[in-house]
Design a protein around this ligand. Structure first.
Ligand code: GLP
Length: 329
């Protein structure tokens, strides 16, 4: 799992949006092979969505062959209620990009048979080939989607009773009135999220800092369902400085140093460029070997030409040019 720390909400949003955009573009989706994207609601992803819309408007990404599955939906809210997650998604993302209506999947919290609706949703995900990247947020109690504390870490899409803490947290969207917040929701399960080939979480604000600490510094625990990400082969958390408040300084420094080393080798984003990473490391090793050999030779032979050669290599290595550039010169 990787943890990327950015200064604030804006920077976190920019990083996550860029990451998603690059993933979609790298995948080169087609009608036959669409990019399947899992999406959250809440205030955390709004900045990401706005940035994705900017990228779309600038012609940097297309949603034509993107298929989406949303994490959750309240039970019983009218579809067009401004706080329904369906309305939220159209308002913040879908209506601004070229996504096809039939490619959008949002659980229907008004379905006659809610269990059947959940089963159908899982079947649709499977039919689409599984989710490539699940973008998520978390609640202050460490819930992912609406998988409240105590949810099974092997859970699937189902009806869920909301925790009182979540009802209070979400009352801000209902004029601060807890009585207006739905008490039931449909939600993908923890296992539904973890089945995605990649999970990217956006976590911002001091109120999420305890959940972040529980998620990455302690063991996998159903009381902090987001901690399941520890078992995921490709998990990424993008958080702001405020969200790190409960982490050990050592933890934050550790993850920042990993990013720093990574950045120095392959650039600001790890977008699956392990091939480049390895190539660069091999190049660096070869250059170091050659430098040692030349130094040894020049010491033994006191050979002026070799000395020059050696200096040339050293200076080009300490420059900002990458190994590919060095090879060409
Ligand atoms: C709701 C959603 C979650 C989301 C959480 C965080 O509970 N079901 O999927 O992660 O809100 O919301 P916010 O980003 O507004 O803090």
């Amino acid at each position: 799992m990787r943890l990327i720390v950015r200064q604030d909400y804006e920077e976190v949003s920019a990083y996550a949006a860029y990451y998603v955009k690059e993933r979609i573009n790298q995948f080169q989706p087609t009608k036959q092979r669409p990019f399947v994207l899992g999406l959250p609601t809440g205030s955390s992803p709004i900045g990401v969505y706005h940035k994705l819309v900017e990228f779309y408007n600038a012609g940097e990404v297309s949603f034509e062959h993107v298929v989406t599955f949303n994490m959750d939906e309240y039970v019983g809210l009218p579809r067009d209620h401004p706080q329904s997650y369906r309305a939220f998604m159209w308002k913040h993302l879908f209506q601004h990009v070229n996504i096809k209506k039939e490619n959008v999947h949002i659980l229907d919290g008004n379905a006659e048979n809610l269990d059947e609706e959940c089963r159908k949703f899982e079947a649709e995900i499977a039919k689409s080939g599984g989710i490539e990247l699940f973008l998520g947020g978390i609640g202050p109690d460490g819930h992912i989607a609406f998988n409240e504390p105590g949810s099974s870490l092997t859970s699937r899409t189902r009806v869920k009773t909301l925790a009182y803490e979540t009802i209070i947290a979400n009352a801000r969207f209902f004029g601060g009135d807890v009585t207006r917040v739905p008490k039931l929701a449909l939600t993908v399960g923890v296992a539904t999220v973890m089945d995605a080939r990649e999970v990217v979480l956006v976590i911002t604000g001091a109120h999420k800092s305890l959940a972040l600490a529980k998620c990455i510094e302690e063991g996998v625990n159903h009381m902090w369902t987001v901690s399941a990400i520890q078992m995921h082969p490709k998990g990424l958390i993008v958080c702001d400085e405020d969200a790190t408040l409960e982490l050990h300084v050592k933890t934050v420094k550790y993850f920042k140093s990993i990013e720093h080393v990574h950045h120095s080798i392959i650039g600001p984003h790890n977008l699956g460029l392990q091939g480049n990473l390895l190539r660069n490391m091999v190049d660096t090793n070869q250059a170091a070997k050659r430098r040692r050999r030349l130094m040894l030779q020049s010491l033994l032979n006191n050979d002026d030409d070799e000395d020059k050669d050696d200096q040339q290599i050293s200076s080009s290595e300490s420059s900002d040019e990458g190994p590919n550039k060095r090879r060409r010169s």
